[in-house]
Design a protein around this ligand. Sequence first.
Ligand code: SDX
Length: 427
Amino acid sequence: MSKIATVTIDDLKVDLPLIEGTDNENAIDIEKLRAATGLVTLDPGYKNTGACKSAITYLDGEKGILRYRGYSIEDLAEKSNFLEVAYLIIFGELPTKTQIEQFENDIRKHTLVNEEMKSIIDGFPKHAHPMGVLSSLTCALTAFNPSVVNVANEKQMYDAICKIMGKFLVLATWTYRKAKGYPLNYYDNTKSYVENFLRLMFQLPTEPYKVNPVVQNAIDKLFILHADHEQNCSTSTVRMVGSSHAGLFASISAGVSALWGPLHGGANQAVLEMLEEIQKDGGDADKYLAKAKDKNDPFRLMGFGHRVYKNFDPRARIIKKAAEEVLADLGVNDPILKIAKDLEEKALKDEYFVARNLYPNVDFYSGIIYRALGIPTEMFTVMFAIGRLPGWVAQWKEMRENKEPIGRPRQLYIGESFRAFKEINER
Ligand code: SDX
């Protein structure tokens, strides 16, 4: 007998079915609520509302668990690589050797970006934020690849996926090259995906570029840790935009814009700016923790807190360890790392943070590694976008394959009742 939830309003009783997911996840199916009661639910920020069923990523915020297609983030970060994890997230299984080689070769067919895209990026001022440039360029890709707007079958879907995986990485690095006034690099199909990221970013035509394996491994791991995170703000945006049957590029472009916000992916840049501000102000962690707790002070401890994790963000644990290893390997002694650890140690013992389950999230330590790897602060959120691309693609694909209806939430209207029109001389 399936379980039910009963809504009682005066003498009206409505039974709503409970739907059981994996690992004892349960949901109340309210699809019939309005027809049965005339009422809608209200849930600002969707803190209690599931927008869809998904088989891609599992989070347990209380236990600090994160799994992609059932595999733990700890195992994947330690034993896999970013392109393999991208394949897993998008297609649902860890690939065989043949499958991953085929996927990489199919991506390589689309790593050349139309030369006319250069005139679009030239239209931006050098100081333009790279996330705004990346969102614009991603949407502009549709102009050169109109066929990806309609993915009517599996082959068209696969081609669109290989195109965005190949071109997005190039465009993301072009935002940095443009800001530096450097020539735009081309993807090298003889090199791996993550090695290409480093070359596209840093290789100059005037001198040889040597990839540091410590840096490449750290970047690969960071991309894995950012690859998906169920229905976060930017992923929900990608699904929402895609639900109108807008194309994949336009949907990803919208996801880039949502990720840019400092409460979301933009937090990794905001964390570094916060740590630098604290350092400039004498490194007094207690002063800034007090500001974060002061309701009259707009200051927030960036990189702390999470909508879902009410325990440690498992990604933060891995990134913190990687930060220590990478800085040691590279011989970088960054005082910012000490300030971050000081803040974390004090916050984890502070009643305000403990009572609100505020722990370091994925963004708290990532910027410290990026800085040690030579990535400029303004590019931190672009790094997040490159890592999150497979997740956005997988969630968009799932939404389209499940033939989900166009997203259109209801509301509770609290404005004026009917009013007769007033001529201007009567107002
Ligand atoms: C990401 O959703 C995802 O999965 C996102 C992400 C992903 O992989 O896609 O994990 C990536 O976006 C990580 C989060 C990065 N953002 C930040 O680090 C920005 C700082 N954090 C906060 O702004 C906040 O914690 C959020 C936005 C992350 C979560 O906000 P919620 O769930 O809406 O919680 P809330 O704002 O209602 O806060 C609850 C309480 C409030 O205090 P009270 O009103 O109860 O007294 O906690 C306080 C808040 O004031 N609070 C903080 C705080 N975060 C929450 N106080 C000080 N510093 C903070 N960082």
